[in-house]
Design a protein around this ligand. Sequence first.
Ligand code: ADP
Length: 389
Amino acid sequence: MNNIIFIDDEINILESYKSIFKKNKPASKLLGLADEFLGESSSKAFDPFDEVDFNILTADQGLVGVELVKKMAEQGNPLKVAFIDMRMPPGINGLETAKMIRGIDSKIEIVLVTAYSDVDFKTISQEIGAHDKLLYLKKPFDTQEIKQIALNLIVKHRNETIKDDFISNVSHELKTPLSSIIGFYDLLREKSDTLNDKELSEYVNYIGMSAQIMKSLVEELLTSVEMKRSGVFLDKQPVEMIDFVNSCYKSLKPIFKDNENVTFSFINECTDEVPISMIDSLKIRQCINNLVNNSYKFTEKGFVELKIYQECEWVIVAVTDSGIGIPHDKFKNIFEKFFRVENEHHQIPGLGLGLSILKKIMDSHEALVCVSSVEGEGSCFELKFQLKR
Ligand code: ADP
């Protein structure tokens, strides 16, 4: 939630802050329909702020504000921006308030608001710290100014959080296989004389597997950066889909050797003998690999199935598993960059990039991707391509 707090001892100023963030949108769908019917909606100016949900909190004293910031942080719903008045008698002033708030939450964006110039900005930023998260605003201010500042700071806060999460996620994901490589390398070096052939080949295998995990993480990262920079370039060719999906199946089969509790099968239910679609086979192979790898990762026992079938003008490639499943309310998020479902399986390796890459590739093919899943029972991802007639 985009939580913003305003701390000011003057109640009328707090009220005016609240009114700045009141939505211009019609209060209900019914009103919206009435507007449309009467032809009034077109006369209203579009306001981008109406598209963002702000949660506005207010406090009439510094310490009350500090308590609110603390409470929200403890609830895991931290404030992102604090607008703080400089003079707030009889309580602590804005500078003290900002210092205490910064002590609770080092990431919060602080805007000090004042009608006076009692303390210069240099002193303020030295006292409060994190000067890149500190602004100084002179009263009287313009309502548009406050809205713009709030929105920009919310976006800045979000981007910094994504960047921090990204760095810690990538470091964590690379560290796990790296530690395993170093661990087995040390074992090989120290005990090479005493190890038998079976142990030797087992340790070398572990090193190879960990290196492979690191390689695919780095490849995902590079693909994602490349797609952002230059978009998705396709080399579309007519492809015979049954042979193509079967060859994906054959190349993926070896990964299932490591877990004998999961079966991996290929099913062809096409009505045409040679259904053809226009695809970039390298990129679609990457999508299918990603789906099967995910199913493998998130399925402890049962099955993973790669199926191809037809429906009207579509040829559909479906990857179904009997794994942990995905909560229904997360379906819309899993295709976002870096998104991973938070649950007890979070230690399973991954950067949350695979499905976002897949979605971009599918969109550029003008093809569809659908997901259905039941938590604890399994998931099904379907890639739908137009048949070439
Ligand atoms: P990664 O697998 O690297 O985490 P993805 O973008 O491929 O990233 O997937 C995003 C998230 O979607 C996963 O972290 C997981 O929470 C969920 N997910 C994807 N596929 C499956 C699946 N077959 N079963 C359960 N959860 C899945």
